[in-house]
Design a protein around this ligand. Sequence first.
Ligand SMILES: Cc1cc2nc3c(=O)[nH]c(=O)nc-3n(C[C@H](O)[C@H](O)[C@H](O)COP(=O)(O)OP(=O)(O)OC[C@H]3O[C@@H](n4cnc5c(N)ncnc54)[C@H](O)[C@@H]3O)c2cc1C
Length: 395
Amino acid sequence: MTKQHFQHDIVIIGGGMVGAAAAIGLAQLGLSVAVVESHQPQPYAAEQPIDVRVSAISVASENLLARLGALDALWQMRSVAYRGLETWEMDGFITQFAAEQLKMSHLGHIVENRLVQLALWQQFAQYDNLHCYCPARVARLVRACNGIEISLDNGSVLDAHLLVGADGANSMVRQWAGIGVTGWDYRQSCMLINIATECDQQDVTWQQFTPNGPRSLLPLPGKNASLVWYDDAQTISDLRQLNHKQLKQAIDKHFPARLDRNFEVVDSGSFPLTRRHAKQYYKDNLVILGDAAHTINPLAGQGVNLGFKDVDALIDVIASAQKTAQRWWDKPTLQQYQHKRWFDNQLMMTGMDLFYAGFSNDVLPLKLARNVGLKLANFNNPVKQKVLKYALGLA
Ligand SMILES: Cc1cc2nc3c(=O)[nH]c(=O)nc-3n(C[C@H](O)[C@H](O)[C@H](O)COP(=O)(O)OP(=O)(O)OC[C@H]3O[C@@H](n4cnc5c(N)ncnc54)[C@H](O)[C@@H]3O)c2cc1C
């Protein structure tokens, strides 16, 4: 195979939601950017069933997507705004967050992951300085004198000052760089179940804690919803063996009365829950972001929102370095990126773990204490507003 060499300022491995967002943001700085992605996203058609992989994206993430020019395309496909977020364990001890408390029209949107990626990919054509190698995988990475040489399995060889690993939780870029992780596998898995309901479109997402794990509902466009069932890995594995009718019966038995029982199961998928945090986000001429850098318990729907904050931070530090004519791929800039993001991600991950652990036992005094806590947290006060702003990526 003849090898073709291409020079880029930045090569991003992984064109998922985070890698695609980074590609556009960095191309907007006038840099020559390449994205290497192994799977071509499937074009959208309105009659396609709703994918089970959905995310609750925050207002801060929406703001980033707007700056990248992808938000209108996303709204033209499918999404649903949610205006309320409710959580409880024992009936009567509920905490409710509402968009009005922050004088906002909504708290975020529920979107299919693949449509966020697609909306971003549709923007690629706007940039002559953005090249996409797809389908392609990395065959070899080699350090060169002024950057990194990336050989692809299609015979192309890319030279870059900066390599960006946005290649997901099992990041080969992170592993190649020898960046270690701390983390563990939670003893839980989670099942996402799309249902067709008889109710009109919902705009509140809710979650009930049980000692076995939370049971949640995310509204989907039209008369649809996504149920999220956290449980031990064996229970989730058993649920996977059920047909749609049997799965509905199991849901009827294990979900709170809040769920209207007039629904049908349409689709489902299951995911193990892992927690990984890279010990550092950069090495010479290389950074990692998104799930390549951190995977968080999906309990509070923060994973891709944190990834988008990484993207924002990387664009920001590189833009600042450009203004002062620094070599933006050198250590001081990459270090600044890590400084902006590592502790924020660690804080959110630890917060989620404490929350998760706090609700994972059934000892009566503790149960009562946390339910009184939820009840007290329901009063509208500055602390509640602060928590909500933080969850929305606005603080
Ligand atoms: C059950 C569940 C529910 C979730 N709910 C939410 C939620 O409500 N809100 C939220 O914010 N987050 C949520 N998340 C987390 C969110 O899905 C992830 O944080 C997000 O998908 C990470 O995006 P990414 O682009 O970093 O990685 P990925 O989505 O994993 O993308 C990585 C990309 O890299 C490509 N790739 C990998 N290796 C290579 C290679 N060697 N060469 C070329 N290409 C490669 C892959 O094909 C892929 O396209 C949830 C996660 C789970 C498991």
